[in-house]
Unconditional design. Sequence first.
Length: 200
Amino acid sequence: MKLSAFGLVILAIILSGCPFKKASKSTSRTTGWAYNDPETGNIPYESGYEQETGPGLKFIEGGTFTMGRVEEDVMYRWDNHPRRVTVASFYMDETEVSNQDYRQFVHWTSRVYPGDKTKLNAVFPDTMQWLEKLAYNEPYVKNYFRHPAYSDYPVIGVTWLQANNYCSWRTDRVNEQILVDRGIIKHDNTQTGQNIFTTD
């Protein structure tokens, strides 16, 4: 099989790879300038960066799905029209928040805001959730949140606002620990009132 002269030229260009020269990871594939080099303006680049997963969390990959009724209703009530919904990827706890986890939050709040009954009462879960008519749940009312035997049980009686505050507190504490581990800051057990570490 004979190749034409034009075909040979094209093949030579492809094989030489001149116009398609691959840039290394230490140089820009756009300009060819070296990354992290003072001579080219110290363009920062970190290869292979991956987001670090927080303690006790699992990554849940997002996706797209159809929400709503997708089959015909025999009563012909289409009050739940199908629509396409996209959920972004997120992180979720491996397990429910335990009494011990939530007690850390309560302890930290009482240490950082000593004597502030309003703040402390705002974080305590409602243990009266156990009370029901014709039921004997008083031992749970008194012991479920505080007794060590129930430390690994899920916390109950937490409002949406308390759960939101717990999540913000946890984010702050995890970020604080990361900065401590990297030597950027030191643990400060004397944090009180407005003098506390926050992610902001």
